[in-house]
Design a protein around this ligand. Structure first.
Ligand SMILES: Nc1ncnc2c1ncn2[C@@H]1O[C@H](COP(=O)(O)OP(=O)(O)O)[C@@H](O)[C@H]1O
Ligand SMILES: CC(=O)N[C@@H](CCC(=O)OP(=O)(O)O)C(=O)O
Length: 261
């Protein structure tokens, strides 16, 4: 196994949709030393473009129902506008970024989600061997900094919409086979996981599985934070060394919430 470290950082639509927050985040990301990868979402921007085009965005439990029209919008927004803006800004800072979907170099191959009980359309589920670890390692060894969007493929010519939090977790788990120290950071717009999302002083510094169960029961943790924490704990279980949830404007510092086994 390589002795090297690898840092995988995920940003969501609240950051990619705010030019100021994105610029601040990218300046911080640029300063991180060593091998690194960005995974980004952009759900809010896909919904906004759908509305402009007169296509109603359909969601079920936080996941987008991605029919023929919706996959075209998702590819245009995630693999196009959002991804290329991030790449161009990183290039301007001196980071040699390369923008990717899972189809590029066959880096992430997914299976279309089963149509029962709900037909999500062109949505992909990542499996244990979905990540092409050897190929991604080769790319990292060229010095490039991969920027993955929330689009994968099925190997049969179809692009699939895949949740960006899940991509970040699966990439981290896959790369932990090759790198001894994989660190996964979920960046968003709050200081971390909060006891009360309206109180900035209520940050929870550490969460283990027992506390997580309690926080869910008490409905302290809800909505998008539940799949995010599920993905985060999956990563820890798969050998990822460190998983952190923090405000994008604090990347590179120890602030935020750390998950422990
Ligand atoms: N206890 C909590 N602490 C922080 N955020 C929480 C909590 N419970 C629910 N949330 C919600 O989870 C959201 C983050 O999930 P999501 O919107 O999926 O993230 P992203 O913007 O990274 O895609 C926060 O914006 C917040 O509204
Ligand atoms: C299947 C599915 O729901 N995919 C997500 C992918 C984008 C994403 O994950 O964006 P955020 O990180 O901004 O939430 C979606 O289309 O909303």
């Amino acid at each position: 196994m390589s002795k090297e470290d690898l840092h995988i950082v995920k940003i969501g639509g609240n950051i990619t949709g705010s030019p100021d927050k994105l610029a601040d985040f990218l300046a911080r990301f640029h300063k991180l030393e060593g091998k690194k990868i960005i995974v980004h979402g952009g759900g809010r921007q896909a919904t906004a473009l759908s509305e402009k085009l007169g296509i109603k965005a359909k969601m079920h439990e936080g996941r987008r129902i991605t029919d023929d029209e919706a996959i075209d919008v998702a590819v245009q927004v995630y693999a196009g506008l959002v991804n290329k803006k991030i790449v161009a800004q990183l290039q301007s800072l001196g980071t040699n970024a390369v923008g990717l979907t899972g189809a590029d170099m066959n880096l992430i191959k997914c299976s279309i989600r089963p149509k029962d009980p709900i037909d999500f359309g062109w949505v992909g589920d990542i499996e244990a061997d979905s990540v092409n670890v050897e190929q991604l390692d080769k790319l990292l060894n060229t010095g490039a900094v991969p920027v993955f969007c929330a689009i994968t493929h099925d190997g049969n010519g179809n692009l699939l919409n895949t949740n960006a939090d899940t991509i970040a977790s699966a990439l981290s788990a896959g790369m932990a086979q090759k790198y001894s120290g994989v660190e996964l950071t979920y960046c968003f717009e709050m200081p971390g996981v909060m006891r009360d999302i309206k109180d900035p002083n209520s940050l929870i510094r550490e969460i283990d599985p027992t506390l997580y169960d309690q926080l869910k029961k008490d409905e302290v943790v809800k909505d998008g934070m539940i799949p995010k924490l599920d993905n985060a704990f999956d990563a820890i279980e798969s050998g990822v060394s460190k998983v952190h949830i923090q405000e994008a404007s604090t990347l590179g510092t120890e602030s935020g919430t750390t998950l422990i086994k």
